[in-house]
Write a protein that binds this ligand. Structure first.
Ligand code: HEC
Ligand code: HEC
Length: 335
């Protein structure tokens, strides 16, 4: 696949989601959506009330949990050049960047700051809401699933409103970006991915484990840490077992409570790992976005840990250091 060489050039974690997205599309060549257009609901004129509580909650979620600015920001240093244990240098939050461009296909995380000319200043709250959870852009187009709207489908209505209130309060940043360009037939196949949300979504938050499960979904832990088949479907029985490839060098870790996973972690080590990007002396490779997760509260991190302790232990040994030293990664890379 020509992708293998190109993938390195991309923001590391977007890379994996991109491959996932492409694979999903290849499975769905049958069906009418490519012809009929994406499933989409019409826009409402709802407006989310700008409350201080929402502003604060949105700021917390965006900067600590849901990772918007991992993609919708400019990278001073290529993700490629970010060494283990180092945080990438991101700036101009909200203003977006070109995430992938091979001459035929270009994927751009757009400017979502309130700049009226180059950003999202003229979009409505419901245009934001529909894009984030349902995968339909402000212009009615099916969004390429590198934008992780499939993870965001689970966002509660209140958290969604909070994120939008916060994003719309950012300083406008002028940043002219080219448009996303998806070649045919992919451009049609992505019509299969968006799904309207028509029912109220309420967070299940009665216990630490339920809260942790919710966070593990909207913070993309489940997405990155669950290996997928070549069609982008999560492998059955492998939830959180790791091994998903991020470019040629790095695969996600097994975070199930198996001996080959993180059974040896206690809560303190878990918090420290997610805050420092290091497991003891071992630095983590860049796709693991600890530089956002370090802003999570102790309570949220503890809830995620409580949930991870309840998932099925799966035996799957992933060792990125060994793979890098032997250059044996092609053997398990599996992209
Ligand atoms: C992994 C990277 C990534 C993350 C994380 C991400 N986005 Fe996106 N987003 C994209 C890309 C790429 C597109 C453009 C897709 C396209 O053009 O088909 C996009 C599109 C959008 C759009 C639609 C723009 C339009 O044209 O209507 C909105 C709104 C948006 N993102 C908001 C967010 C918010 C808010 C978050 C966090 C809650 C977020 N995104 C997280 C990559 C990302
Ligand atoms: C964008 C993809 C991505 C996301 C999102 C992500 N991870 Fe990771 N994570 C990785 C990768 C890749 C590694 C392997 C890094 C390495 O081996 O150096 C990793 C490593 C880890 C480790 C270290 C395990 C060890 O001891 O080797 C833990 C713990 C972890 N992730 C937990 C989480 C949790 C919890 C979340 C959600 C809050 C999460 N990750 C979200 C990609 C991701």
């Amino acid at each position: 696949m020509p992708f293998r060489s190109k993938i390195k050039k991309m923001a590391a974690w977007g890379g994996s989601l991109l491959l996932t997205g492409l694979a999903v599309l290849i499975t769905v060549t049958i069906g009418w959506r490519p012809v009929l257009g994406a499933r989409s609901r019409s826009l409402s004129d709802r407006q989310f009330e700008r409350t201080a509580a929402r502003l604060e909650r949105g700021k917390y979620l965006v900067n600590g949990v849901v990772l918007c600015f991992d993609c919708h920001a400019q990278a001073i240093k290529d993700f490629d050049a970010v060494g283990p244990g180092e945080a990438p240098q991101l700036t101009k939050f909200g203003s977006g960047r070109v995430m992938y461009d091979d001459g035929k296909m270009r994927l751009v995380a757009p400017n979502i700051t309130p700049d009226r000319e180059t950003g999202a200043g003229t979009w409505s709250d419901d245009q934001f809401a529909r894009a984030i959870r349902e995968g339909i852009g402000h212009d009615g187009r099916a969004l390429f699933p590198l934008m992780p709207y499939e993870d965001f489908r689970r966002l509660s209505d209140e958290d969604l409103a909070s994120i939008i209130v916060y994003i719309r309060s950012l300083e406008p940043v002028r940043n002219v970006l080219p448009k996303t360009q998806v070649p045919f037939p992919l451009s049609r196949l992505i019509n299969n991915v968006p799904q309207p949300v028509r029912e109220a979504v309420v967070a299940q938050d009665d216990s630490p484990v339920e809260r942790g499960k919710y966070l593990a979904e909207v913070a993309h832990c489940a997405n990155c840490h669950t290996p997928k088949d070549k069609f982008g479907k999560p492998l059955p029985g492998m939830a959180f077992a790791g091994g998903e490839a991020f470019g040629p060098k790095v695969r996600s870790a097994n975070i199930t409570p198996d001996a080959s996973g993180i059974s040896y972690y206690d809560e303190q080590l878990f918090l420290k790992t997610l805050r420092t990007g290091r497991v003891g002396a071992r630095p983590l490779f860049a796709p693991m976005p600890w530089w956002f997760f370090q802003n999570m509260t102790d309570q949220d991190l503890k809830d995620i840990f409580a949930y991870l302790k309840t998932v099925k232990p799966v035996q799957n040994r992933v060792d990125n250091w060994e793979a890098n030293q032997n250059s044996a990664h092609e053997k398990h890379g599996g992209v």
